[in-house]
Design a protein around this ligand. Sequence first.
Ligand code: GFB
Length: 328
Amino acid sequence: MGTVTAADPHPSFLADKDAKVFVAGHRGLVGSAILRRLLSLGFTSVVARTHAELDLTRQADVEAFFAAERPRYVVLAAAKVGGIHANSTFPADFIAANLQIQTNVVDAALRCGSVRKLLFLGSSCIYPKFAPQPITEGALLSGPLEPTNEWYAVAKIAGIKMCQAYRIQHGLDAVSAMPTNLYGPHDNFHPENSHVLPALIRRFHEAKACDAPEVVVWGSGSPLREFLHVDDLADAVIFLMDHYSGLEHVNVGSGSEVTIKELAELVKEVVGFQGKLVWDSSKPDGTPRKLMDSSKIQGMGWKPKIELKEGLVETYKWYVENVVSDKK
Ligand code: GFB
């Protein structure tokens, strides 16, 4: 890959660095990591819009944007996302915004006629609550979903199916990547609506700052989660843009999992909090376990590089330098 072959008149993604690439959602955890990676690789024409500049839930605005910009590549990282509490509290927002964003972007990408490849990002919560572990791509739609995030999951499943349908009917080279639980710089550190890892970084940091004796952690601590640093995901996305044109979505995971209790102990250690943990069993555990089987992408040649402890140390540093100092 990376070169033009006789059979394929188009250069591969990595050999086409002056082409226009639209990163939808470039201010978020995932989109910002992809943007950094594209720029560091030497892509010269990356297009991005803030939410204020382009509301992706508005079909006419999205169509006008695509007609004017005519990107050659699209990475669809824009989404309404949140942790277990946000998903179960705002189900209407999660299903509506995600269906709107992905439908508008995929359809406009086809209509504008310039898009050579599109990559759609989903989530491991698309799989059934009790899917056999590790979860293969084939487990999609084989059983009931986890109730706390089924609206988000249904929207993401629709996104996968939309990419497949546009490929089958219209020949649009639309592929889907399903990352496991992600973390890293530019995450959302909201106390209630974020995912567990940024929530715990913030809670332990604030408890340390005011010498609090304890920190509350939700649920039983027994659920298992697989975490992937977002820079590893960004590498996987570039890799798939370059190497993959299949109908089926592709899992992207780290292959290693921890219990929420182990994660809480690790965050406590990295932050340097000296007090104790208290478990709030009134909060939901969610899926007991969701370890992805990432052998498909690993078989193509991609591998994660960042260990959880190393990624946590770096993410905590980013939080202190960017979120805490902003609040002062
Ligand atoms: O990260 P999280 O919200 O996502 O929660 P899910 C993971 C686990 O951490 C759950 C526990 O068992 C939570 O109960 N937990 C402990 C906490 N303390 C906290 C806390 O302070 N905040 C949060 N958020 N959790 C999400 C889905 O599920 O996974 C989304 O809701 C998305 O749809 C995402 O797909 C990847 O892994 O349970």
